[in-house]
Design a protein around this ligand. Structure first.
Ligand SMILES: Nc1nc2c(ncn2[C@@H]2O[C@H](COP(=O)(O)OP(=O)(O)OP(=O)(O)O)[C@@H](O)[C@H]2O)c(=O)[nH]1
Length: 491
């Protein structure tokens, strides 16, 4: 006598096997079909041809996600050796040559098969703005030389052009807010403070600015379905190197043989050529007549006098708007947090003053102690720092505080809203990323449709439904289940 197990009928076995195969097939298809493609990247390269130097930035983003925010990141940067391209006005070909090492570097960093589809841009800022004012033919020749050089690269060269101060300010603002993921989420935006060598930019959104007062300061954007009315202004000649020229020009108007500069350390002593100092459109019209060839630049290290001489390069006397920053330029009320980058960061970081929760008065006191320190001691303390940078930190720190408080009207209350930053999530703060995002149309005007479910959600739902179907199938086979009767089936 043998007990017959109903599960062993051929029909049940076949249905069970098919059921199991179906489940495995369904889950496999769900996983494979919806698996993110093996990550392929696209690349973009931007050259920032600044007044003091040129830098190359490489960006990358997942190939199938061009339109999504927060996905473009800087993977590498290369500092071009030598000065900015505007310094090659008398030998333009050298401007093109100077870029070659960084282009070679980029060729190694970007996968070879992506070279020809990688856009390459060069944007020139205040140094070239000044050169084009001074000598437009020389500036054109420099642009031609860099274009010729970049056309020879394997990348897809999209041209070299001069950015307006407004573009520089606005793209810096886009970069900061893109990297902070504020645009896509429609969050309150961060203002951008950029201090270059030859110009400085301030850009922010203010509720009391709709662009009607001083329309030249207005830039409007529609990004991810949100409208922004941005206030931006670029001050040519108020980057830190040109501002230093302005203060030195102020102190040498009578054509002296030596000056005792309160913004340089006691014991500092350098010979400066008048023609070098006045070789910039920012000061050239003020060159004193009959001055000797050189003057001796002596340091005094007197912070309050330094503040006075720095203040004197700003004009606060006329304002034809409801309110102004300086030099008669309109500025609405400051609003929200601010990111301050480029030289703001280099200088305040060196001076150990990036913490804006330190009261402004304490910051001033610390800077004044630093300025009063003799030059020999400063050099001993910082043997590895480039002497040119080292000599100027007292001036630069004083200039930054004066620009922020007297120029832009930051107060003890609003100063903590400033954050001195170099990078955000690994990418340098600056105009280059915003410029590339704009030219590659990577920030859509309207919010992109997001997928209904993430990949993992989709796989989980298919798995749950499949398991439910299997359980149903098992229940539908109830007639074949072994009965719970005590009577074994007799064959
Ligand atoms: N201390 C210090 N200063 C730096 C460093 N790199 C650049 N600078 C100086 O900081 C200032 C601003 O530099 P950048 O932001 O590169 O300015 P830029 O692009 O040359 O100038 P613009 O054309 O006006 O935008 C210049 O005076 C530079 O000489 C650094 O690593 N340390």
């Amino acid at each position: 006598m043998k007990e017959k197990n109903p599960w062993h009928t051929p029909v049940t076995i076949i249905i069970t096997v098919i059921g199991v195969i179906a489940i495995v097939a369904l889950v496999t298809v769900a996983v494979l079909q919806n698996r993110p493609l093996t990550q392929k990247y696209k690349y973009g390269i931007v050259l920032d041809a600044g007044s003091s130097h040129t830098a190359l930035y490489i960006y990358q983003w997942p190939a199938e996600k061009d339109n999504n925010t927060g996905r473009v990141e800087q993977t590498h940067s290369c500092k071009v050796k030598g000065p900015g391209i505007s310094s090659y006005a008398s030998e333009p070909w050298k401007a093109g040559e100077s870029l070659k090492d960084c282009i070679e570097d980029a060729k190694r960093r970007v996968p070879e098969k992506r070279h020809d589809e990688t856009p390459l841009y060069l944007g020139a800022t205040a140094g070239m703005r000044l050169l084009s004012i001074e000598d437009s033919s020389a500036s054109n020749k420099v642009f031609q030389a860099v274009e010729q050089s970049l056309q020879k690269s394997p990348f897809s060269f999209q041209g070299a052009r001069l950015l307006s101060g407004q573009e520089e300010g606005a793209f810096g603002w886009v970069t900061v807010n893109y990297l902070d993921d504020r645009l896509k989420q429609g969050l309150e935006t961060t203002g951008a403070l950029d201090l270059g060598g030859a110009s400085t930019q301030i850009s922010f959104v203010s509720n009391n600015y709709d662009g009607s007062e001083s329309p030249k300061n207005s830039v409007t954007f529609r990004l991810y379905g949100n409208d922004y009315n941005l206030y931006t202004n670029s001050f040519l000649c108020y980057g830190k190197d040109q501002a230093l020229r302005l203060t030195l020009a102020q102190q040498t108007q009578s054509g002296p043989r030596s000056i005792l500069d309160p913004c340089f350390h006691p014991g500092y002593n350098e010979t400066v050529t008048y023609s070098d100092l006045y070789d910039s459109p920012c000061v050239s019209d003020r060159k004193p007549q009959g001055a000797p060839v050189t003057f001796t630049h002596l340091g005094q290290g007197n912070s309050s006098q330094c503040q006075d001489v720095v203040k004197s390069i700003f004009n606060f006397t006329h304002c034809r708007y409801t309110q102004c920053s300086f030099n008669g330029v309109f500025q609405p009320l400051l609003q929200g947090p601010f990111g301050a980058f480029s030289a703001y960061y280099f200088v305040m970081n060196f001076l150990n003053l990036t913490d804006t929760s330190i009261p402004l008065e304490v910051v001033r006191k610390r800077l004044s102690i630093y300025c009063e320190t003799p030059w020999d001691q400063i050099k001993q303390r910082h043997p590895d720092v480039k002497l040119k940078y080292l000599a100027e930190y007292c001036f630069s720190g004083t200039y930054i505080l004066t620009l922020l408080t007297k120029g832009y009207n930051f107060t003890s209350e609003s100063y903590p809203n400033i954050k001195f930053i170099k990078k955000i999530k690994g990418s340098d703060a600056g105009w280059t990323l915003g410029y590339m995002l704009n030219l590659t149309n990577m920030i859509p005007a309207e919010a992109p449709d997001s997928p209904l479910l993430p990949h993992s959600g989709y796989v989980s739902i298919v798995t749950v439904i499949t398991v439910l179907l299997f359980v149903l199938l098992i229940f539908s086979l109830r007639p074949f289940w072994p009965r719970c009767s005590k009577q074994p089936q007799i064959i």
